[in-house]
Design a protein around this ligand. Sequence first.
Ligand code: 5PR
Length: 382
Amino acid sequence: MTSSPRRHAEISGAGFAGLTAAVALAQLGWSVRVHERGQKLREEGAGIVLWQNSLTVLDALGTHDELMAGSMTPPFYETRMQNEIVSDESLDGLRWRTMTRPFLHSVLLKAARAAGVEIIAGSEVASANEAGVIRLADGTELEADLVVGADGVGSNVRDSLGIEYTRERSRDGISRFLVSRHKAELQAIEPDTEWDNVIDFWNFEPRVLRVLYTPANDKELYLALMAPAADEDGTRVPIDLDLWTSIHPQLAPALEEVAHKEGKHYGYQTTRVESWRRGRVALVGDSAHAMCPALAQGANCAMVNAYTLAHAVSDAPASELPDALIDWERLERPYTDRTQDRSQYYADTRSMSEGNQFVGESVEAAWYDPTDPHRHDAIRAH
Ligand code: 5PR
């Protein structure tokens, strides 16, 4: 047996998708370099829900214990309409965890360093070609067996390759914040409520203003404030405290802390690309499938696809890598496409407000096991 030379990957983007691909590839024996255009390696986002699909990936990468120590599983996913409880879902054996985005990022960064990944901050990948050459903003060219475009919704990698996409905007959008738990103050207002559940406070009257309340750990609370993109006061950041507390008075202690925070309102949008790959280049995460957050699957699908990408290319001989990417897209993409479509549907119809939504096809992605070698048996048979 001859030992083949170590294969090399250049990755653009040190977010959840890029770091997951980096760790998975490095653990499979690749040399990996990640370019992050930001000057600092950190995540600015607020909170996140991870479902079983991405938790399975994080287990496979060896981060289980660390991840569990800094995250939590709320007892129920509660939905309220006009402050009446519509449903309390226990999610029927499906694993899920809530945490902050900076925490998840720190776990992946540590795993990447432990796996020997080289990460360069302040390094922007300006373009890539299908032969596997990237060009940095400073003109440097680097060659790789595999290039990964994990560079977000405005991806240079995607756009320099001429991969086309469509973008649809939805009518609503969201501003996200991390604050402290305020549990005692909230209990003073609603003593019968533990305030450990995720509580999705929908409100349609007198206007559409929704607060998604998500405990992220013992100390931190993730609040997502949704309003129609056309609502100037509802989308203002820093928030209009009087407006939000007039609709959600029971959340006043937490909203008061939010009112001191800078931030940004993001309009929901769905980006659909013509292809996830071109030659030796693969797209993962928002560059490939930016989606509405209604099913909270954007980052989850990103991590799943980054993981399956690493395995797909490692299982194939180096010369056949472009074909391996074709197969990878053909087998893995349908799950993400369906999730993207459903998430857009739920965002457009606001039908998550009806409660009891985490059943059937809406949790298809959450139940998906990217480590199951038989997961494509039915498709392959055709
Ligand atoms: N679920 C989660 C979330 O963060 C959002 C939504 C649903 C966990 C918004 O960011 O419906 O928009 C949603």
